[in-house]
Design a protein around this ligand. Structure first.
Ligand SMILES: O=P(O)(O)OC[C@H]1O[C@H](O[C@H]2O[C@H](CO)[C@@H](O)[C@H](O)[C@H]2O)[C@H](O)[C@@H](O)[C@@H]1O
Ligand SMILES: [Mg+2]
Length: 277
């Protein structure tokens, strides 16, 4: 068992010079799985980052762990991602998990493959065409079309970051009042409809069975996950960050590997207690 998956508590905040308090593995903070909802970001949390969106892979054992947790929470486990539901399903095939996709644009409550709610209309085609032309700025810029949003990836062209954001700003300035917003992520600039976020998606999810009434815990790695960290107290929930130490979270993991080990321990913990009953 990796000791880097020890939880580093950030509440209450330590004095600036004091090292963060190390507390036992976060499994001890998580109530019995019969009471919780498990909400998990994908890239940089469950899966290691890869050079391009298509190159991520699901390590051996992860689907087994997720399936076990899904069963032990009576279906109250959901992936909460910037990726579309379609993309999530391709990555985890043949498994299909409940999910909030597209930064809150889509939601699916069960393990069927139809979305239960879509909060975003498709993005205007002409706007998308203009934004897509930004990829011509440099070789290595990759386009990801999610229908309701467009992502410009520059992990393979990091020198193009400033030029991408400038060009996006220029296009937005020509469309004052257009209901769109720019979402910066890890080596990606995403342009999406305003009015939905991962937090709006999670709120919607938590109003429905089997999530309603449970205490959620959410694990996420990116700036876009902060909107979910912020609403966890509304549900008596917990939030954990990965890689970066986000403010106000209940704990921290160093890497996706640590998150996977933690989830496997959690599934095992409940398996053992079920066996001893
Ligand atoms: O909310 P998440 O599940 O974390 O998804 C965030 C974005 O993830 C993907 O892009 C990121 O991961 C890629 C693979 O590791 C990496 O190449 C890229 O640089 C990252 O930005 C995905 O492509 C996006 O649609 C998600 O919004
Ligand atoms: Mg992420």
């Amino acid at each position: 068992m990796s000791d880097v998956s020890k939880l580093i508590a950030t509440q209450p905040p330590a004095a600036a010079s004091a090292p963060p308090e190390i507390v036992p593995a976060p499994a001890s903070l998580v109530p019995h799985l019969g009471e919780v909802a498990i909400l998990l970001d994908i890239d940089g949390t469950l899966l290691d980052l890869a050079p391009t969106p298509r190159e991520v892979w699901v390590p051996p054992g992860l689907a087994e762990t997720l399936n076990s947790l899904l069963q032990r929470t009576a279906g109250a486990l959901a992936l909460v991602s910037g990726r579309s539901l379609n993309d999530i399903d391709l990555i985890f095939a043949p498994e299909i998990y409940p999910a909030v996709g597209g930064h809150g644009a889509e939601m699916r409550l069960g393990s069927g493959n139809e979305a239960d709610a879509v909060q975003a209309p498709p993005m205007d085609k002409e706007l998308k065409r203009r934004l897509a032309a930004i990829a011509k700025l440099s070789p290595g810029i990759l386009l990801e079309d999610k229908g309701y949003s467009l992502a410009l990836h520059y992990r393979l062209a990091p020198q193009a970051e400033a030029a991408i954001y400038e060009e996006v700003s220029r296009i937005r300035a020509e469309l004052p009042g257009a209901p769109i917003e720019v979402l910066p992520g890890k080596c990606v600039c995403e342009i999406k409809h305003a009015g939905f976020t991962k937090a709006t998606g999670v709120r919607e999810l938590m109003r429905r069975a089997p999530f309603e009434g449970r205490k959620p815990f959410f694990i996420g790695d990116d700036v876009t996950d902060e909107s979910v960290f912020a609403i966890m107290p509304d549900f008596a929930g917990l939030s954990f960050s990965v890689g970066r130490r986000a403010l106000g979270v209940d704990g921290h993991f160093d890497s996706p590997d640590d998150v996977r080990a933690f989830l496997a321990r959690l599934a095992q913990r409940e398996g053992q207690s079920a066996a001893s009953r």
